[in-house]
Design a protein around this ligand. Structure first.
Ligand code: PMT
Length: 224
């Protein structure tokens, strides 16, 4: 895209769930639909950015005019993010599985009388923390999400620090809120300057508002 406040900026966005295989037919996953991450990628393109969208398996069409990289697992997402750097802005909206099975079975696990399969789990790499805590080649703005069901802002504030993020978009994903898979989102933007509570908005509106903040950030830096 030419023109626009983010022209010439490379914006990297992660979106959707990851799938962690158990055996050739089963996997561990979560309820992310990719709607929020994809909306952010579209909003960045609308402001003229060059956008790379790294997405897990979702039922959404690839947004037009965006470089889309499809992955399945957290390890593949980490590799795709590393391949996509350098970026000016990196936004981590994906719901990455925290764990994968330690040893993926090569054949389908069969039921046997009374037997219960034991799954041993290994922690996945934290992709946001890996980028946020980089000493070299760190994007100017690293933005994470925090999906919480309790102490939403306190947890987001903690994650901002431990993961080396500049901003965290905190959302309450308690089931009654319908954030996973739904069209609306109620978020708090946590930055070094404090917390902004946003009203309930559509995911497109959250994306547009976040992108406007990002454009302001670069404009105010440019004018200093
Ligand atoms: O996809 P939708 O249905 O539209 O729903 C949107 C959403 C709820 C998935 C999205 O708004 C959201 O909150 N995404 C982050 C979900 C999440 O995994 O949050 P978390 O609090 O567990 O992780 C915190 C941050 O670290 C996130 O930016 C996450 O992308 C990142 N992370 C987490 C684990 C990991 N191994 N690597 C990561 O990069």
């Amino acid at each position: 895209a030419q023109g626009g406040p983010l022209a010439g900026k490379h914006v990297l966005v992660t979106s959707g769930p990851t799938h962690e295989p158990i055996d050739p037919v089963r996997y561990i996953a979560n309820r992310s639909s990719g709607k929020q991450g994809h909306a952010i990628a579209r909003a960045a393109a609308a402001l003229g950015a060059d956008v790379t969208l790294v997405t897990g398996p979702v039922a959404l069409a690839d947004p037009a005019g965006i470089n889309v990289v499809h992955i399945e697992t957290a390890q593949e997402m980490a590799q795709a993010v590393a391949n996509a750097l350098p970026a000016d802005v990196a936004i981590f909206a994906a719901a990455v599985a925290d764990w994968r099975t330690t040893a993926q079975k090569q054949a389908k696990i069969k039921k046997s009388a009374g037997g219960k399969p034991q799954l041993e789990l290994t922690e996945n790499p934290d992709i946001l923390a890996g980028v946020g805590n980089r000493t070299e080649g760190r994007p100017t703005l690293v933005i994470g999400f925090a999906a919480e069901t309790e102490n939403v802002v306190a947890e987001a504030t903690r994650k901002r620090q431990t993961k080396g993020a500049d901003w965290i978009v905190a959302n309450d994903v308690s089931p009654a809120r319908g954030v996973f898979g739904g069209d609306g989102n109620t978020v708090h933007l946590v930055t070094a300057h404090g917390v902004e509570d946003w009203p309930t908005l559509s995911k497109d509106e959250v994306a547009a508002r976040l992108m406007a903040h990002i454009a302001d950030h670069f404009n105010s830096k440019a004018s200093v």
